[in-house]
Design a protein around this ligand. Structure first.
Ligand code: KG4
Ligand code: ZN
Length: 336
């Protein structure tokens, strides 16, 4: 593989991020400017506000990435940017900046699929992943199970029919008044409660495929919550614990079922929801029982960052798969 020093830029949602990575594995800097505090007051990400904040932040975040890596702009070999999927206005800020930066420096431009970036966060930290592997991608916008025969072959086995896992966390947290982002808020509340005190459905668990559905779980949680409140029996900690348990159980059991069916060696997790401690614990236990190796990124690399974008770009750099300066941003996945 060709050697590379790549600037990664990520602005697909509410994090303005830039990182410099050497050869797809060595992080020289990884700067993340989170807008969480701004969006918290609205209970979720406001796309227009996110775009405007990216515009304010992007130049400073990129400058800081070079400063922390102690490098001159001209030292890099390529500029990589997330151009799909995500909030289109937010993506456009990163894409426009990356194009101008690459043009000014006379360096190639590389377009990165955000979900490939999440998966590559694993390769930044784990050199010993054995293939074939099942990869569970769980973020605010996606929930998919992939079969991977090597780092770059990703076959989609199944995905969510409706809400993504992170989206369900965020919506239920908002409904319960736990705040934004919902995943960490529900995890913290769940730690004070007990799963099983009330019962929520494990949707699609008994189906023989790898599809998911979380919209029904969300509605069931909301209906029960209303009922318990009317009876004066609502306990937000028990509700958070049961909701988290119901969602995590389905994610884990389907991943293990896929791993057994396809006789893989490893299970990988990627995306913001892979930061969830309950998910990590249950997957660890079940993978161990099934004789599978388990890999997931450290917390900082699970949620949105640009190091994972630069890591994936190293692969494209090796293939000389560069993007034209007419590169556009796309809200949807196009293809995995
Ligand atoms: O990957 P990510 O940072 O952005 C997207 O690509 O969507 O994922 C964000 C999602 C949010 O829905 C957030 O609530 C969820 O990841 N999340 C978590 C945890 N930390 C972040 N969900 C469950 N438990 C967590 N600890
Ligand atoms: Zn993400």
């Amino acid at each position: 593989m060709r050697k590379s020093l790549i600037l990664g830029i990520e602005t697909s949602c509410d994090e303005t991020a830039a990182a410099i990575v050497r050869n797809g594995t060595e992080i020289l800097s990884n700067v993340v400017n989170s807008q969480i505090e701004i969006h918290q007051q609205f209970g979720g990400v406001v796309p227009e506000v996110a775009s405007r904040k990216h515009i304010e932040n992007i130049a400073g975040v990129v400058q800081r990435a070079f400063y922390e890596a102690q490098l001159a702009y001209s030292a890099i070999d390529a500029v990589a940017v997330t151009n799909r999927p995500g909030l289109v206005g937010a993506l456009l800020v990163g894409v426009s900046f990356a194009k101008a930066f690459a043009y000014g420096l006379e360096k190639p431009l590389i377009a990165v699929n955000h979900l490939h970036g999440h998966i590559y966060a694993n390769f930044l930290e784990h050199k010993e992943i054995e293939f074939p592997a099942i990869c569970l991608v769980v973020s605010g916008g996606h929930t998919s199970l992939l079969l991977m025969t090597d780092q770059n072959s990703m076959e989609l086995l199944g995905e969510t029919r409706d809400d993504a896992a992170g989206e369900a966390f965020d919506k239920v947290a908002r409904f319960l008044g736990l705040g934004y982002p919902g995943g960490p808020a529900i995890q913290a509340a769940a730690a004070k409660g007990q799963a099983g005190q009330l019962k929520l459905p494990r949707v699609f668990l008994d189906r023989n495929d790898f599809e998911f559905s979380f919209s029904g779980l969300k509605t069931a949680a909301m209906n029960q919550w209303n009922k318990l409140q009317r009876r004066g029996q609502a306990n937000v900690y028990d509700m958070a614990a049961e909701f988290q348990a119901a969602l995590v159980e389905v994610l884990v059991e389907k991943s293990i079922k896929a791993a057994v069916k396809y006789q893989v060696r490893s299970v990988m997790m990627a995306g913001g929801v892979a930061a969830n401690q309950e998910l990590r614990n249950l997957m660890k236990n079940r993978a161990k029982e099934a004789g599978l190796k388990l890999f997931y990124p450290s917390l900082k690399l699970c949620t949105d960052n640009a190091a994972m974008i630069a890591a994936n770009a190293h692969y494209h750099y090796g293939n000389r798969s560069f993007a034209p300066l007419s590169l556009n941003a796309h809200p949807s996945l196009l293809s995995l």
